[in-house]
Design a binder for this molecule. Structure first.
Ligand code: HC1
Length: 588
């Protein structure tokens, strides 16, 4: 252990601990900007400077390891003056027109300026240069005038996601965050995952908002506005509305959506159940084709396809393996194509007059909804995608006191779901949901209650593996008797890249791989409340599994509305109608 003093208080910490972490142990707050717990240390903003007693030296607390006998002051005159100068310098280069900023009220630089009462302008105001605002992407707006060059986005995009769409260009005062040849985000390898958005401390990277268009649709008496809500929204939304992280707010969210004026409040979880029916059947079909019939046109391992950031990354990075990806559309898009066909017919509304809105924890869903192939209903299947954060804005604008709302239920037809669908929102959830259904399809026996939680695929480890031994199968599945189904789960695109490189090189022989673009899965998506970090991801994850436990139906194939839609409309999984509306193809 290493012994040191911070503000005169003794503390012992492990060797290698930084001054920032040691101060945290003493509950002493040191302000940070370029530092984020998810990312490697950069130490470039210097906001976290502290004084080394006796040396009159200032060091960056985030980047300086402790040493024996070290004495630190975090609040000396020298520290306060230096910190104030640093914040003022950052502001002098920043477009601090806060009332016009989307992050107004949730900006780390604004908070620091407020804390340090920066009311003067001692430094030259440089914030009025020719800055670029790139708003061509359907998901993300990059506003260089708001950028403080902390490089959190660059580290997120390269380390966490291994995408590298954002990088540092130029030097000195010319330095800026750029893309390949400074092209717009939509023309480079950006996956639209939005992790840069939730790691940006200011308004330099924000989601493209569709709030006004949704208000317009709600106000139009000729439109029937249908809204769907993704699994992870119900465990994140409360955080934006002053509730604690990990509070489950499903009933209040439904209540709020009805008060906002949506005509039908339905659930993406319904089509998550449908995805399990289609994807589970597709997996069994691929196993038979590859293992029995020697037909490798739809190869193994099969990867999931519901995370649009992952799909785009896969298209860019592993174009030669596109046939490995399940052809299932994501639940959002399955919902969209059914909303303007099956649902429209059920409620007797001309699909032309249906406006289909989704609320997602994800910015890439905006991109997904815009893909030209997502029009199988004959219309744009999903018209507008709002993030969890945007929904919270609408609720606040409407003056709804969210915490006081009663719990209400989703409308029927495409509003019922199972616990298996809810867990889609956590990394490993799609795999677990699929295994619950596949077991019963193949064996004809119920999964014993105590085995419904499939622990090896749960948690926040970047890559997890599970092997499922298949025994006592039904006659149709005799070829699987005694087989071991090898599964893998990965989240975050850097982990995804590692797994897929191994698949490509023949180093692993999985049958089924679940990949979610964002750390933690959708619960940590780029559209979720800011901040998001591992402690918060854990709380949201617990909430997801609690929600599953609270539901009477926990397996997709037991959802009565799923049984009904196959009977009345779709026929059977992978049937003709399913192929037309629920499946898609991928592009290099
Ligand atoms: Fe997800 Fe999915 S789980 S991709 O993270 O398959 O966004 O929540 O809606 O579509 O269901 C997101 C979440 C979401 C889809 C489902």
């Amino acid at each position: 252990m290493v012994n040191l003093k911070i503000n005169g208080i003794d503390v012992s910490v492990e060797a290698g601990t930084t001054i920032l972490q040691a101060a945290e142990k003493l509950k002493i707050k040191i302000p940070v900007l370029c530092y984020h717990k998810d990312l490697c240390i950069a130490g470039n903003c210097r906001v976290c400077v502290v004084e080394v007693v006796g040396s009159r030296k200032l060091v960056a607390a985030c980047a300086t390891p402790v040493s024996e006998g070290l004495e630190i002051h975090t609040n000396s005159l020298m520290v306060r003056n230096a910190r104030k100068d640093i914040i003022e310098l950052l502001l002098s280069e920043h477009n601090a027109d806060c009332t016009k900023c989307y992050r107004n009220g949730n900006c780390e630089l604004q908070d620091l300026a407020a804390e340090y009462k920066i009311t003067n302008q001692d430094f030259l105001d440089l914030a009025h240069g020719a800055y670029t605002i790139d708003d061509l992407s359907p998901s993300i707006i990059k506003d260089d005038s708001r950028c403080i060059r902390c490089q959190r986005c660059v580290r997120t995009c390269s380390e966490m996601q291994s995408v590298g769409a954002l990088s540092v260009a130029n030097k000195g005062s010319e330095m800026k965050i750029s893309t390949f040849f400074d092209r717009p985000m939509r023309e480079v390898v950006c996956t639209n995952c939005g992790q840069c958005v939730i790691h940006c401390p200011t308004g330099a990277l924000i989601e493209k908002t569709y709030i006004e268009r949704v208000w317009d649709a709600i106000a139009d008496p000729n439109k029937h506005v249908v809204v769907q809500t993704a699994p992870a929204v119900r465990i994140g939304l409360g955080e934006e509305l002053e509730l604690d992280a990990g509070e489950r707010v499903t009933g209040k969210m439904v209540s709020a959506l009805k008060r906002l004026g949506f005509d039908s409040v339905l659930d993406t979880d319904f089509t998550a159940d449908l995805t399990i029916m289609e994807e589970g059947t597709e997996l069994l079909h691929r196993l038979k084709a590859n293992l029995v019939e020697g037909d490798h046109s739809e190869p193994l391992p099969m990867t999931t396809s519901c995370s649009p950031g992952w799909v785009k990354f896969f298209e860019h990075t592993f174009p030669e393996m596109l046939d490995n990806m399940s052809t299932c559309k994501s639940p959002q898009q399955m919902f969209g194509s059914l909303a303007k066909t099956y649902y429209a017919k059920k409620i007797d509304v001309d699909p032309e007059n249906i406006v289909s809105v989704s609320v997602m924890p994800c910015t890439a869903k905006k991109f997904e909804a815009d893909r030209p192939e997502m029009r199988d209903s004959g219309y744009k299947d999903v018209d507008y995608v709002l993030t969890t954060r945007e929904l919270a804005v609408m609720i606040m604008q409407a003056g709804i006191q969210f915490a006081d709302l009663p719990d209400e239920k989703y409308d029927s037809i495409m509003g019922k779901s199972s616990g298996a669908a809810v867990i889609f929102g956590a990394t490993g959830g799609v795999m677990e949901a699929a295994l619950r259904t596949a077991y019963e399809l193949v064996t004809g026996r119920e999964v014993p209650f105590e085995n419904l939680n499939i622990e090896p695929v749960r948690g926040l480890d970047g890559v997890r593996e599970a092997t499922v031994k298949i025994e006592d199968v039904l006659p149709d599945w005799k070829f699987l008797e005694g087989a071991e189904l090898k599964c893998c789960v990965a989240h975050g695109l850097a982990n995804a890249r590692n797994v897929m490189e191994k698949v490509k090189n023949g180093e692993v022989d999985y049958h089924f791989i679940e990949i979610m673009a964002c750390p933690g899965g959708c619960l940590g998506g780029g559209g979720q409340p800011i901040p998001t970090n591992d402690a918060i991801r854990q709380k949201r994850m617990k909430a997801i599994y609690d929600e599953d436990l609270s539901l009477a139906v926990r397996k997709s194939h037991e959802n009565p509305e799923i049984v009904q839609i196959y009977k009345e409309f779709l026929g059977e999984p992978l049937g003709k109608q399913s192929h037309k509306l629920l499946h898609t193809e991928y592009f290099e």
